[in-house]
Ligand binder design. Structure first.
Ligand code: ATP
Length: 227
């Protein structure tokens, strides 16, 4: 079953158009990677899906037309966002950050701590005093606490040390194995190949390539991603 579907999505920042036609679908249980060079529209696409900015075109989640919904309603339908920049409440503890995000479902603080044991060790610590990697784990934990049907990770490993990146990719693999539907934005093709089923590539605000990870040939990677 199709969980999320975007068709001919366009969006602008004031007079500046950023998206010119983004199309892709995510099936239930599927992990889709979204790639593209800097400034190609990945974060803008995420903002449109999460209803943080207006968009034109078709935007359907689980049979609901998202295009008219405010952001809190999109979250309530089951879209969990881990935004760029690991936002959490710096003056609240790890546990308080998790419980502030909680909505009914299978995910609770114990399950998040099992996924990220470091968060369990730092339960009482203020989020602002955690390392960057731990804050990222907390941001993912907070999104999971909302019990999303679709988890969106926007540059979840950006700027982190290799060992912490590896922990986060391992957690993403665990989530994938558990059947979590995901949209994963990252620059690391090697890690995305292991974590995702398919990839969509954006160029100048348009989706220009969509296919399975195994169909992503070296010439497409070089021409569209410069890797
Ligand atoms: P990156 O990989 O660098 O995060 P991206 O693919 O996520 O890039 P976006 O951040 O979606 O790209 O940006 C798409 C276009 O929209 C760019 O031309 C960017 O300059 C522009 N843009 C992004 N945010 C804003 C904003 N708040 N106001 C005006 N223009 C913006």
């Amino acid at each position: 079953m199709t969980l999320l579907s975007l068709s001919q999505l366009t969006a602008s920042y004031g007079a500046t158009q950023a998206l010119f036609g983004v199309d892709f679908e995510i099936a239930e249980g599927e992990a889709l990677a979204m790639m593209g060079r800097n400034g190609m529209g990945k974060t803008t696409t995420v903002r449109c899906i999460c209803r943080m900015m207006p968009a034109k075109g078709a935007l359907v989640f689980d049979g609901h037309d998202l295009s008219r919904l405010p952001s809190h309603r999109a979250a309530r339908l089951g879209i969990g966002l881990v935004p760029e920049g690991r936002r959490c409440f710096r003056d609240l503890s790890v546990t308080e950050n998790l419980s502030a995000a909680a909505r009914p479902g299978a995910w609770d603080a114990a399950k998040v701590e099992a996924l990220f044991p470091r968060l369990g060790e730092r339960r009482g610590q203020l989020a602002g005093s955690l390392s960057g990697g731990e804050q990222q784990m907390l941001a993912i934990g907070r999104a999971l606490m909302t019990n999303p049907r679709l988890l969106i990770l926007d540059e979840a490993t950006e700027g982190l040390a290799p060992t912490v990146r590896a922990e986060i990719w391992a957690a993403i693999a665990t989530l994938k194995a558990s059947g979590m539907s995901m949209l994963v934005i990252d620059k690391s093709l090697k890690e995305l190949r292991g974590a995702c089923d398919r990839v969509v590539i954006l160029e100048r605000g348009r989706s220009v390539w969509d296919g399975t990870m195994s169909a992503l040939s070296p010439d497409v990677v070089e021409a569209m991603l410069g890797l």
